[in-house]
Design a protein. Structure first.
Length: 427
């Protein structure tokens, strides 16, 4: 059976060979290396699953009906196991969802007890990395139940995050952005139109950035049962992760984190608008400076602004005929839906986009864009790592998540900034 060191060495060699083949333009060799890597991963995962099945059998008091194994089958793939007390039904077990691993993970986070090597090896393929299998590492795959809960809560709490596009592609894959708009020409009997080549002038690719949130050991140390642990662990992780992602969607630097909408240099300069304190509550200024800037093809977007900006300046705004253009609709359940100039409005906290009153000159106070034009790329996996904070000598837990995000199409983005009050002539 392949060891972890052998797996690491073989995978690294194949990746280097594949990279060299791509650089040399040898696509056939590159594809061959890719197939070998996929097969290597599959073989290692199967071996890890076999070890997990063995550990579950050794630590369980249940009775099992195991199929007869002939000598010819001893090197075959692991057989399906039938559990008597589940009506004879067969099912594959998620190695991170076994009682043994769930309890070991809780003890790892709450008390710092190292997860047994066999359980760590059983879930290592879930991260697609082998580093989690070393005995000196203090890291662990978060059980699937908790991971699903984190993703569900992120969509529930993060209204802005829930709307953007979610991708799961290999890092480094380039998304071509087509800027050519072909035209049709009238032709005479003896004249043909010019050829128009379809080319991509710009491209977008995603990297691997780590997002972490730290949880103090003292807060979790008293938790005893897995249910109590899950109820406490999930909200803490969600609150930090979703806040970091939503801030980065708007203002991420693009260095080690998402590239935010307001920091993307590809947004056309003409799409940056400045509204003074005299104009922020004026329909005519919004209509001429903002709405008129939105290309017709990008009219399906929405505004994002601080709650205070909408409540203080947008809600109740009327046009020149006295018709409301900023309004709040209340559902039967008491939920509020905001609209402005016929567009949806998503309100956010002040630390994501500054409230107009608190914003300084040139601060961004609102953004218009189509959420589907912004994408996050992630494998959806979360891992927990023990962390010693030497600044205050506190043991903490870091929840790690690999992701990246950026605009796919910047042409429909309108960025609204705060200007200064217009000076009165002669004053």
């Amino acid at each position: 059976m392949m060891t972890k060191e052998q797996y690491n060495a073989q995978r690294t060699k194949l990746l280097n060979d594949m990279r060299a083949a791509i650089d040399a333009g040898d696509i056939e060799t590159s594809n061959h290396c890719r197939d070998e890597i996929n097969q290597l991963d599959a073989d290692y995962e199967a071996a890890a699953q076999a070890r997990a099945n063995l550990a579950a059998l050794e630590n369980s008091n249940r009775s099992y009906n195991l199929p007869d194994v002939t000598p010819a089958q001893t090197n075959a793939a692991p057989q399906m196991v039938t559990i008597n007390n589940f009506g004879g039904q067969t099912a594959h077990t998620d190695p991170s969802e076994t009682n043994e691993y769930r309890t070991a993970f809780m003890n790892f986070v709450c008390r710092g007890t190292e997860i047994p090597a066999d359980l760590r090896a059983s879930v290592a393929p879930m991260l697609n990395v082998a580093a989690t299998t070393t005995t000196t590492d203090a890291s662990a795959v978060i059980p699937t139940t908790i991971t699903r809960e984190i993703i569900r809560e992120m969509k529930s709490y993060g209204s802005l995050y829930a709307k953007i596009r979610k991708l799961n592609v290999q890092g480094g894959v380039e998304f071509p952005i087509l800027t050519l708009k072909p035209t049709a020409n009238w032709i005479g009997e003896s004249k043909s139109s010019d050829d128009q080549k379809l080319t991509a002038n710009t491209k977008v690719s995603f990297s691997y950035y780590g997002l972490e949130c730290k949880i103090a050991q003292t807060l979790l140390a008293s938790i005893v049962t897995f249910d109590e642990f899950q109820q406490m662990f999930v909200p803490l992780a969600v609150e930090a992760i979703v806040a970091a992602k939503e801030k980065a969607i708007i203002s991420g630097t693009g260095s080690g984190q998402f590239r935010g909408i307001t920091k993307d240099s590809r947004v056309p300069t003409k799409n940056v608008v400045v509204l003074s304190p005299d104009e922020i509550g004026d329909y005519s200024a919004w209509h001429k400076k903002v709405i008129a800037k939105i290309p017709k093809a990008y009219r399906k977007g929405e505004f994002v602004m601080a709650q205070g900006t909408f409540d203080g300046y947008i809600d109740g705004m009327v046009d020149k005929n006295g018709q409301p253009i900023g309004r709040v609709n209340y559902g039967i359940d008491g939920g509020e839906t905001y609209r402005f100039c016929g567009k949806p409005v998503e309100t956010v906290e002040d630390d994501i986009i500054a409230n107009f009153d608190a914003a300084a000159k040139d601060d961004v106070i609102a953004v218009y864009f189509n959420p589907s034009d912004y994408a996050e790329n992630s494998n959806g996996q979360f891992a927990a790592v023990k962390w010693m904070d030497h600044d205050d000598n506190t043991v903490k837990t870091k929840v790690l998540h690999i992701c990246d995000g950026k605009l796919l199409d910047p042409n429909g983005v309108i960025i609204i900034k705060k200007g200064e009050t217009a000076k009165v002539v002669g004053s």
